[in-house]
Design a protein around this ligand. Structure first.
Ligand SMILES: Cc1cc2nc3c(=O)[nH]c(=O)nc-3n(C[C@H](O)[C@H](O)[C@H](O)COP(=O)(O)O)c2cc1C
Length: 162
């Protein structure tokens, strides 16, 4: 019997992650999508991966653009995560943006970014894995936004006596 997808979601939801907005540029257009299925895949050679739902608009945009930036959100950017998790065109008009190498928009207030050129797309069920070669990136000080068990959270220091 097939493994219950709801149970898979619940189990993997217990794996706390950061939250990113993955952005791309295709022609004159920019687009973005909230994503936490991102990973540093290899250091030698350097490779990053984002897993993208084949039914999302972002899938088509990444296929056209062949580049992406992963923008790691700060603890106070839950509103951006919610905005970029809505299907359809995304509003960038009030955001401070920068451009690194590939042309994908960088969210200037993010905690970190990595700008990638797509080097391979590997099918994975109802998602495709967009494997990218990083070409630019930056980190800043601050605290990350966390996603855990379907809810947003922040890091808390572990008490000294626990
Ligand atoms: C915290 C969080 C993480 C998400 N991670 C992913 C992901 O890794 N891959 C993905 O395809 N969708 C992910 N989504 C869902 C997309 O953000 C959502 O489907 C979005 O509406 C896609 O927009 P689009 O269809 O306009 O591209 C995530 C949503 C949330 C709230």
């Amino acid at each position: 019997m097939a493994f219950d997808p709801m149970l898979q979601r619940q189990i993997m939801g217990r794996f706390a992650t950061g939250v990113t907005v993955v952005t791309t540029r295709y022609g004159e257009q920019i687009s973005g999508m909230t994503a936490n299925a991102v990973m540093s895949l290899s250091l030698d050679p350097p490779l990053i991966v984002v897993s993208v739902d084949c039914k999302s608009n972002m899938h088509g945009h990444l296929t056209q653009g062949q580049c992406y930036a992963i923008n790691v959100l700060r603890h106070d950017q839950e509103d951006l995560s919610r905005r970029f998790a809505q299907p359809g065109p995304k509003d960038f008009s009030d955001l401070k943006l920068a451009v690194a190498e590939t042309g994908a928009p960088i969210l200037a207030d993010a905690l970190a970014y990595v700008d990638c050129r797509v080097v391979e797309v590997a099918p994975a069920g109802d998602h495709d894995l967009f494997i990218g070669e990083p070409v630019a990136g930056e980190t800043h000080d601050g605290q990350p936004l966390i996603f855990y068990s379907g809810q947003y959270a922040q890091l808390a220091p572990i008490a000294a006596d626990s």
